[in-house]
Design a protein around this ligand. Structure first.
Ligand SMILES: C[S@@+](CC[C@H](N)C(=O)[O-])C[C@H]1O[C@@H](n2cnc3c(N)ncnc32)[C@H](O)[C@@H]1O
Length: 208
């Protein structure tokens, strides 16, 4: 087994630490925005789906009934919450502890790979995107819901200023240029939907 990178350990420990209060902390934005965006993301998907960074399992209610879902996360604390949600509601999902940068699945195993608010915390987002590209089948899709660095000068300055705090306290970054990272991983962007807060919250659909 590979030795975990120090940056990955930092992220894992941050999420282990906040796992207990994560859902409560996100409750207002979840109710106002995120739950709708999650539903829209999963609408119409079928087949074998891989969810990266499942967290506490907030996407589970939106998994399509006719899909086989496998979901991974780095943090045992977050996974334990996801297991509880799975057991309480009977969602059919195969939960596994795994690093998004080093997926233990054969190439082209999934029809779709999805991740919601995950690339902001993965230490090397381009490597994670390369792994998503490797495990999705030819003509499959990779769908990401992310908050990204704004193109607006004032907003991006605020994001850059606050980033050390969010990274240190919660393990996520608010200054990631995810659109460029998708390109760096060799993926083509089919859709880039601006969902909210100017150009910050986005849904990217891409394919290998
Ligand atoms: C902000 S939370 C989002 C959780 C969930 N996707 C959601 O929408 O509520 C980010 C999640 O990504 C996970 N994560 C971060 N880096 C990861 C990595 N390298 N591999 C797997 N999971 C990772 C964290 O443990 C955490 O559960």
């Amino acid at each position: 087994m590979k030795q975990e990178k120090p940056e990955t350990q930092v992220v894992r420990k941050a999420y282990d630490r906040i796992a207990g209060s994560y859902d409560l902390f996100e409750w207002p934005v979840e109710k106002l925005f995120f739950n709708r965006w999650r539903r829209e993301l999963f609408a119409g998907l079928e087949g074998n789906i891989l969810e990266i960074g499942v967290g506490t399992g907030k996407n589970m209610p939106y998994y399509p009934a006719n899909a086989n879902v496998t979901a991974i996360d780095l943090s045992r604390g977050m996974l334990s919450k996801a297991h509880k949600r799975k057991e309480a509601s009977g969602y059919a999902v195969d939960l596994r502890e795994m690093d998004a940068e080093d997926l233990r699945f054969p190439a082209k195993s999934f029809d779709h790979v999805v991740a919601t608010f995950v690339l902001c915390s993965v230490p090397d987002p381009v490597q994670a995107l390369k792994e998503m590209k490797r495990v999705v089948r030819h003509r499959g899709t990779i769908i990401l819901l992310e908050h990204v660095l704004s193109d607006r000068v004032f907003l991006s300055a605020i994001q850059r200023f606050h980033n050390p705090f969010t990274r240190h306290l919660f393990g996520f970054n608010i200054d990631r240029d995810t659109k460029s990272n998708i390109g760096k991983a060799g993926l083509s962007i089919m859709a880039d939907v601006h969902l909210g807060f100017y150009d910050v919250f986005r849904r990217f659909t891409s394919h290998p």
